[in-house]
Design a protein around this ligand. Structure first.
Ligand code: NAP
Length: 334
């Protein structure tokens, strides 16, 4: 392989813990294995689950024996600068996005102890987890597409089996997963009712194509939901736990379906009697990501970046991810 330099800057931890464990330092450039590509990172998505990575919760949950020093960052995008001997189908200079946390063995997704992460100038990415950046979005946005986009599509397409013209409720519609679900729901032909956070969230959801949007913190959500779907909603994707979504779900029709992804160990929402509740994990198999790429690439699309940070601002990014923000956040290491 043709490494272009020997060392790089990265966000590294030597033990799990709070923001105090973060350090920005020089580490050796990762060497791509024969089945990997080396990527110069231009954008790394910062998600709520990244805090779980730093604190050790994800490693514990997936039974992973941690190897330190550990470079953080689960997903991102960049340009390929070197290619492992066994990789076909990619060229140097290709723009790709992917994740380093999951690995496919046939159709099962397993969670791995990543050799390196995306909070770095370079990362080694399993070629089976490298995807061409769709032409409809810039590379900065692609860095935050995969995990929330894949999980949104898994919920809409697999769990809910969303059909053309169905009335879909998206609860958490201005968040990372939700704002992508609004756009994917429209691409799949649904009538989308967005329950977003704040007036800015409502504006974003409308701009991204929601047929109607309300503020889930302030508006009369149930009344607006009934106006939108007088016979009740066919389907709902809920990305938030607690009483507010449960109240909104009273607007589901008998026989309606409600999907929710793994919600950071919070209890699942309760649905009214006669409504099917479908918990799921957003596993990222190749067929799912190929469909995500097709849908994203088939017309204007936006992975809304509500904030971007330099590499050495990871602590601020973690703070921001826990505060009100729209869409996704990203570190831009370049
Ligand atoms: N593999 C998987 O299963 C998988 C993958 C990705 C994500 N997830 C999980 O899915 C959940 C959502 O992820 P995410 O990336 O979308 O997180 P997020 O960006 O924090 O999204 C949640 C959104 O819900 C909003 N919200 C909270 N209460 C609301 C209310 N009453 N009305 C309207 N909006 C409200 C939040 O806004 P405010 O903060 O402003 O209230 C935020 O925008 C997380 O628990 C995550 O762990 C699971």
């Amino acid at each position: 392989m043709n490494a272009i330099k020997e060392r790089m800057r990265a966000i590294v931890i030597d033990r799990f813990g709070g923001p105090e464990v973060l350090s920005v330092r020089e580490v050796p450039l990762p060497r791509p294995a024969p089945d990997e590509v080396l990527v110069k990172v231009e954008s790394a998505g910062v998600g709520v689950w990244d805090i779980g990575e730093r604190e050790g919760m994800l490693a514990k949950m997936f039974g992973i024996q941690p190897r330190f020093p550990w470079i953080l960052g689960s997903e991102g995008a960049g340009k390929i600068t070197a290619i492992g001997d066994g990789v076909t189908g990619f060229r140097r200079g290709d723009s790709v996005y992917g994740d380093v946390w999951t690995k496919n063995s046939k159709d099962i997704t397993t969670y791995v102890n990543p050799k390196t992460g995306f909070y770095a100038e370079y990362t080694a990415l399993d070629a089976d987890h490298a995807w061409p950046v769709p032409s409809t979005i810039p590379i900065e946005q692609a860095g935050a597409l995969l995990i929330d986009g894949g999980t949104a599509l898994r919920g809409l397409d697999d769990s809910l089996a969303l059909q053309q013209d169905e009335r879909l409720m998206v609860f958490g519609a201005s968040g990372g997963l939700g704002h992508l679900a609004v756009q994917l729901g429209k691409r799949l032909g649904a009538q989308v009712f967005a329950i977003a956070s704040g007036e800015d969230g409502v504006t974003l959801a409308r701009r991204l194509g929601a047929d109607a949007a309300v503020d889930g913190h302030n508006g009369d959500v149930v009344a607006s939901a009934h106006d939108f779907a007088p016979n009740g909603f066919d389907a709902a994707l809920v990305t938030v736990a607690g009483e507010a979504p449960e109240k909104a779900l009273t607007a589901m029709r008998e026989g309606g379906r409600v999907a929710y992804p793994w919600l950071n160990q919070r209890p699942p929402p309760k649905a009214p009697t006669g409504v099917r509740l479908l918990g799921y994990n957003g596993s990222l198999d190749p067929a799912l990501v190929a469909k995500l790429n097709r849908l994203v690439g088939s017309g204007p699309f936006e992975v809304h970046l509500g904030g971007t940070f330099a590499l050495d601002q990871a602590a601020q990014a973690y703070q921001a991810v826990r505060s009100h923000h729209l869409g996704r956040l990203a570190l831009l290491p370049g």
